[in-house]
Design a protein around this ligand. Sequence first.
Ligand code: HEM
Length: 277
Amino acid sequence: MTSSTNNDDHRTYAEVVDNRPHHSPSPSPQTNNNNNNSFSHPEQSEYEPLLGRPGSALQSPNSPMYKNLYLGTGFLALTGLLLLPISLIGVVSTHRVLPLVSPHLLLQSFATSILVAAILLLQPTSLSNAQAKKQAAKLHAFLQVLSFLLFTAGVAIIETNKHVNNMPHFHSAHAAFGVITYFILVVQYLFGFTIYVTPQVWGQGGERAKSLYKWHRYVGYLLLILVLVTVSAANWTDYVRKALHVPKFVLPLAAGLIAVGVFPRVQKNKFGYVRVR
Ligand code: HEM
């Protein structure tokens, strides 16, 4: 397995379907007319999710976008993304509301769930269904802006709480991960926004921005891990453990379900990996 630059964003429809390199002059006769997700040719294993049945997480033509949320292992992530806000709404609403803490829990859980939904909707798309991919990219961008606004509001509230009450920063693993994660999120949102909305700022009439998509994906999955670690680490903060008595398994379980639901659906070809035989 080697890395190459001919990822999904650069190839034509036919090149993607056949999994041929960019501008390959001679298509393999075996792979022609083979866009039915049957995966009969070994080269098409590039479309396999990392785990699970090959093709189980590819959006098929005419399939509505909402099904992307639970395709393949997606249903596990969907369970996690519902468990997170529902459980926190449950505990927050049954305890005394602290105006500078309680909203942080709710806002961060909504933001996390929306961020995961944005990933789940886009993951199963490919250039073999260009129209669906375009629509999903638009919704992905919209949901990511929404989750960013919620993350920002949640961080602003908890930082205000620290400031007003003269409390120390970074005194828990959650606090340290939270700050680091938020700063990388800011960079990723700016990066994602410019490559999608203003690609010309990256040069070459917007072409260069396309070659940067795979870095947006790498950082995106790294960030997802950081967000899930931050969410799990909230379990060990004094407020969540001693005041709210959130059952110990809830946050790590939600984060774990999201991870095992999302990562097996990663399409290797979108990172520009092409199998050399
Ligand atoms: C959804 C589950 C979450 C819960 C239940 C939660 C809960 C809490 C609690 C109780 C605190 C105060 C205790 C402390 O500072 O150690 C806190 C602080 C903080 N959280 Fe969260 N949080 C969650 C998610 C997140 C996420 C996803 C982020 C980042 C994107 C984040 C960023 C922060 C920051 C920046 C602080 C303050 C750090 C400091 O200045 O020391 N939290 N969180």
